[in-house]
Design a protein around this ligand. Structure first.
Ligand code: SF4
Length: 61
C-alpha cells in the first residue's frame, strides 16, 4: 500500500494524530506521507487516518 496527500489538505493534523508512523506535517503545515510503502503493521491506522480526514486529501493505492 502506498499513501499520498493531495492539494485538498487543509492542515488539520488529524492524520498525523491517528497515524504518525506514516503522516507528518511539513514546514508549510500541510500533511505528507513520509513512509512508503506503508508498513504492514501501520495499514489499519493508515486507513483510519483516511477516514479521519475532513477533506479527500489522502490517497491510498
Ligand atoms: S487529515 Fe486530511 S486535511 Fe487533515 S492534515 Fe491530514 S491530509 Fe490534511
Amino acid at each position: 500500500m502506498f499513501a499520498s496527500v493531495n492539494s485538498d489538505c487543509i492542515g488539520c493534523g488529524a492524520c498525523e494524530a491517528v497515524c504518525p508512523q506514516v503522516f507528518r506535517m511539513n514546514s508549510y503545515e500541510i500533511a505528507e506521507a513520509y513512509t512508503n510503502p506503508v508498513p504492514h503493521d501501520a495499514e489499519e491506522s493508515t486507513k483510519a487516518a483516511l477516514k479521519s480526514c475532513p477533506t479527500t486529501a489522502i490517497i491510498l493505492e
